[in-house]
Design a protein around this ligand. Structure first.
Ligand code: ADP
Ligand code: MG
Length: 624
């Protein structure tokens, strides 16, 4: 696990804990009484425009503001707390409400205001958010402000003064009143699911990115970016992110950037998955770049307050909806042509578009906060559809790779055979010509016969390699099989002398095996060891019993193998010997693998070689 994965896991854990504490602590804990649950503050009255001030800068509350005859009353009772009618060109609105008389130890108001604002209790300023020393009100987002209220403000009239230059002015319905800790718990409970989903997206994206860096398959890259961007987007949309770093303005910008980045990467991803350089593919390649250009052009202007973020968001949502429509058509055409991947993605893009539409209406009518959660479902379905096609593609690729590996093995074998058989054939044909010219000779025909035998043995060994037969396995004593072979070697007079020493932890080691096949392996290994020691020496065979396996080591003091050649030993026909077939090791490995075992070589040049075989021991049940 790298540092980022660990960090993400930590974040996930924190989010889960938040979620749990939100759901359970409140219900279970005796520390926080039920009566503490937040109450929603309703029955607001509003008043367009600023109150006039006297010379000392105090508002002249009784005289009323510049409401310019729209209504006869100064205060209009309304259930609308965001963008009430008759705004005209005004960028200031006042709201007021009679607070309930309930007593809280630390009463706080959770309010999400669009714009900068000040709160007064009984005509006294008690809270301020945003910079009132400057004219104009850059968009402040609508993060929840948890406004501490003086205990004596309860039961009295609360005034909220809001300034906003942008499309939205007012606050989200309805602010809640409770003790400070209650409000935080309530927010955690409502939003930690989004935090978890966001972390999940980021984690998925990072896994995909790291896969890209290993496999270099492009869609993994764009999908990774998509996951990370949408994770950030989802997390920025939680207002509890402000508990970690309180800057709604910054989070709102990051939210837009992440949304645009996510859109661009998902379009690029689809082109990589389905593109074939048709006109529509080229069009989509232009489209994702347009999204990036949009971000690069607008975000700096939002930062310097030339553009209002919620208006840019609104325009971007229209652009996004249009792009989603294009994407749906693009994928639907291929889905119609019975492309299974496209059919899966179509399901996702349709859900994703649904999310886009819902978001668009949320921006159009910010009052309809209730349907927010559905949009996250759309995202999840979309993400899973993309993961689905990515997995399908990867599986396809692995299957193709396997096939080509097999093909190349067959090719290697064929080339090896051609090479091996050509040498003896050249000798035979040369000798035949010689006989034609000089007549029959006993010596020449012997030579030809031995070359024909050689071809025969090569073909036999090769056929063994190519045959898909599985050996007939029966429980046998491995030590007996080994000793037979060792005895055979020891009984031959060898020049130079070779000593074979067997050490074993047990006299009886039962394995499920085909004794003749295993003998073939041991003969191969011993012959290689002998051939590696032209001046004679010792061969040690060490047999150890472990829990479920038996390990055999064939240790020689021969020439060894250079590290650069060690890898090539897996290739059939690789040999360094004149007259060698280069098939001995390949066949031995194949036999051991058919016995569910493993064969490994360790070697050091001029020091010797260790061939290690691991075989599974037969289980007791099988013996009885
Ligand atoms: P062959 O013995 O016909 O060459 P093998 O498959 O048995 O084919 O071995 C392939 C090559 O591996 C040998 O040519 C040799 O270079 C190397 N080799 C195998 N076993 C040993 C060993 N014990 N010591 C040194 N080299 C070895
Ligand atoms: Mg050999």
């Amino acid at each position: 696990m790298n540092i980022w994965t660990k960090l993400l896991c930590m974040l996930l854990t924190v989010a889960c804990l938040g979620f749990l504490s939100g759901s359970f602590v409140q219900a279970e804990s005796p520390m926080i009484p039920k009566s503490g649950t937040p109450v929603s503050v309703e029955n607001w009255e509003y008043h367009w425009g600023q109150f006039p001030m006297d010379e000392e800068g105090n508002f002249q509350w009784e005289r009323g503001g510049n409401y310019e005859g729209i209504h006869n009353d100064i205060w209009i009772s309304s259930i609308i707390t965001l963008n009430p009618p008759h705004r005209g060109a005004r960028n200031v609105i006042w709201y007021r409400v009679q607070l309930p008389p309930t007593q809280w130890s630390d009463p706080s108001l959770n309010i999400q205001v669009h714009g900068k604002f000040r709160i007064y209790s009984e005509k006294k300023l008690i809270y301020q958010f945003g910079d009132f020393s400057k004219e104009g009100t850059p968009y402040q987002g609508n993060a929840p402000r948890i406004v501490p209220l003086p205990t004596d403000s309860m039961g009295k009239m609360l005034y909220v003064e809001i300034h906003s230059d942008s499309k939205n002015i007012g606050f989200n319905p309805y602010p809640t009143l409770a003790s400070h800790s209650e409000i935080i718990l309530d927010l955690l409970k409502k939003q930690s699911d989004r935090l978890i989903i966001g972390c999940f997206y980021i984690l998925t994206g990072m896994i995909s990115l790291s896969s890209y860096f290993r496999l270099r398959i492009k869609p993994f890259f764009t999908f990774g970016l998509f996951g990370i961007f949408f994770g950030i987007y989802t997390i920025c949309r939680t207002t509890i992110i402000n508990f970690f770093y309180d800057s709604p303005l910054l989070w709102a910008d990051v939210e837009l950037a992440a949304l645009v980045g996510g859109m661009a990467s998902v379009i690029a991803f689809l082109v990589q998955m389905f593109g074939e350089d048709r006109p529509q593919d080229r069009a989509l390649n232009v489209l994702w770049k347009l999204h990036l250009i949009f971000a690069v052009v607008t975000i700096p202007f939002i930062r310097v307050h030339t553009l209002q973020l919620d208006e840019v968001m609104f325009v971007y949502h229209i652009f996004m909806l249009a792009s989603l429509l294009v994407l749906n058509v693009y994928v639907a055409v291929m889905a119609y042509q019975k492309n299974r991947d496209a059919q899966i993605v179509l399901l996702g893009t349709l859900f994703f578009s649904l999310m886009g539409v819902i978001d668009f209406f949320n921006h159009l009518f910010p009052q309809n906060m209730v349907i927010f959660s559905i949009s996250y479902l759309g995202m999840v379905v979309f993400l899973f559809s993309l993961i689905g096609v990515l997995i399908r593609r990867t599986v396809d690729m692995i299957a193709r790779l396997r096939n080509s590996e097999k093909l190349s093995l067959v090719g290697q074998l064929a080339a090896g055979i051609a090479h091996e058989v050509r040498n003896p054939l050249t000798i035979i044909s040369g000798n035949l010509q010689l006989m034609q010219q000089k007549g029959y000779s006993e010596e020449t025909s012997q030579l030809m016969l031995s070359e024909i035998k050689r071809i025969n043995s090569i073909l036999n060994e090769f056929l063994y390699l190519a045959k898909p037969n599985s050996p007939k396995l029966e429980v046998n004593n491995l030590m007996e099989v080994l000793n037979d072979v060792v005895y055979l070697f020891q009984s031959q007079v060898m020049n130079p002398p070779i000593q074979i020493i067997v050490t074993a932890t047990d006299k009886v080691l039962l394995v499920k095996c085909d004794p003749n096949q295993l003998k073939k392996v041991f003969v191969n290994l011993l012959r290689n060891a002998v051939e590696a020691m032209p001046d004679g020496g010792k061969i040690r065979i060490v047999v150890r019993k472990l829990k479920v396996n038996v390990i055999m080591e064939f240790i020689d003091e021969g020439t060894g193998i250079a590290a650069s050649n060690l890898k090539r030993l897996n290739e059939p026909f690789y040999t360094t010997k004149e007259g060698g077939t280069g098939l001995g090791l390949s066949i031995s490995r194949k036999i051991i693998e058919e016995h569910q075992g493993k064969l490994q070589l360790e070697s050091e040049l001029n020091h010797g070689t260790i061939v290690k075989i691991v075989l599974p021991l037969a289980r007791k049940i099988m013996i009885s």
